[in-house]
Design a protein around this ligand. Structure first.
Ligand SMILES: Cc1ncc(COP(=O)(O)O)c(C=O)c1O
Length: 395
């Protein structure tokens, strides 16, 4: 018999001690914005202090080796070298820098997942409209994830881009990113993977997945600061000319010419929040030190514990789909408005969030609901935290 990773109380105590917010709040909104470990806060505060003491450019120069290490650490999270990372301000910023760089022509097709995040879809709809391309959603299979056989049957040489939300914001399912990558091998389609909610939860490898781009945010399961993100790039993406260029992404070489920067820098912009990005690097190091395998085991075991607890409460309906389930748990309560349920849980001092149709219109319509409660534990979540949630829901 294997013991649950949730029984390692010494580990849990250490993880909670690293994270002072645990002492005062039950934080089950890590898919919204996680509690960062103290080391992330310390690194940021120290850099802000240096900026105030010696000047912003000078503090940047002083931190140059540590900034190089940020790229290396983020690369390790997704199996790429530092040159294949671009630093951004959010998952959306990353995703737009990727998608808007994909060449689109009249008559091209763009395929998306049913669970696609709203910001991605809005940008896709506009780009398709402007280019005269079409947008089609790949059907889900019986488990509620992207049907890879259906995807295969939809592919032809007009498919210019396939955009997949790996771990949707609004469901515990994990889309089969690697099988999708295998299906796309040999096609001309650019594969854009929205890994906003999956990086920081589980070990990932851009090359094994076969994606051209992976867009990531800092503040969610990775536990970095707000206003940070990154884009991981395949070799093919590193050869592409990005849509947005400044004097960091390119060099002005003559009256009518410029040359592109090598590596991920071509997808970046010059000005950056260095304190926050150093904090992002500290969050990546923290996650790598703990180990993404351990993190995944802890988060998924905790999420399953919450699902089982909720399922035993009369009227509560757990709505997660998928063969592999993440640390996102969604549920509704029969006869109750989800917004009211969220309000009451929050009134009990427990952070959860409302997950509503505007974030993933197609997925909500498929499920026949307009809103639900979202609970997202992390490695520092305790049995007491879970019990507090279940008591609040049962109440
Ligand atoms: C799946 C997914 N993609 C993208 C985003 C956007 O992330 P950001 O707010 O960092 O741009 C979110 C945010 O919740 C998300 O859940």
């Amino acid at each position: 018999m294997t013991t649950s990773p949730l029984h390692d109380t010494a580990l849990l105590e250490r993880l909670r001690a690293d994270n002072p917010g645990c002492a005062t709040r039950v934080h089950l909104n890590n898919a919204g914005s996680a509690l960062p470990p103290q080391v992330v806060v310390d690194v940021m505060v120290e850099h802000l202090r240096r900026e105030a003491e010696i000047g912003g450019y000078e503090a940047h120069a002083e931190a140059s080796a540590r900034m190089d290490a940020v790229y290396a650490s983020l690369g390790r999270l997704v199996g790429v070298g530092p040159h294949a990372i671009a630093l951004t301000s959010s998952a959306t910023d990353s995703w737009l820098r990727a998608f808007l760089s994909v060449p689109l022509e009249r008559g091209d097709r763009i395929l998306i997942s049913q669970a696609e995040y709203a910001s991605n879809v809005i940008a896709i709809l506009k780009a398709a409209h402007d280019a005269g391309a079409t947008v089609e959603a790949i059907p889900d299979d019986a488990d509620g994830v992207v049907d890879v056989d259906a995807l295969r049957s939809m592919l032809d040489d007009r498919v210019a881009c396939v955009s997949i939300t790996h771990a949707p914001s609004q469901n515990g399912l994990l889309n089969p990113a690697e099988e999708i990558g295998a299906a796309l091998r040999g096609s001309r389609a650019w594969y854009v993977l929205d890994a906003c909610q999956s990086v920081g939860q589980l070990p990932l490898d851009l090359h094994a997945i076969g994606a051209d781009f992976m867009s990531v945010t800092g503040r969610k399961f990775l536990r970095g600061p707000r206003g940070t993100g990154f884009l991981a790039l395949s070799d093919r993406a590193l050869q592409l000319e990005p849509a947005l260029l400044d004097l960091h992404a390119a060099t002005w070489t003559d009256d009518d010419s410029y040359s592109l920067a090598d590596g991920g820098a071509r997808y970046e912009q010059w000005e950056k929040p260095f304190a926050a990005l150093l904090g992002l690097g500290a969050a990546a190091d923290y996650a790598l030190d703990l180990g993404l395998d351990t993190t995944w085991q802890l988060i998924t075991a905790r999420a399953d514990q919450i699902r089982a607890g909720l399922a035993s409460i009369p009227g509560a309906v757990v709505r997660d789909r998928g063969r592999v389930r993440t640390g996102i748990v969604v549920f509704t309560v029969e006869g109750r408005d989800a917004a009211d349920v969220v309000r009451e849980i929050k009134a009990a001092g427990i952070n959860v969030s409302l997950s509503a149709a505007p974030y993933a219109l197609r997925d909500f319509r498929n499920q026949g609901i307009t809103s639900q409660v979202r609970v997202s534990p992390h490695v520092f979540t305790s049995d007491d935290d879970v019990q507090a949630l279940l008591d609040a829901v049962a109440g």
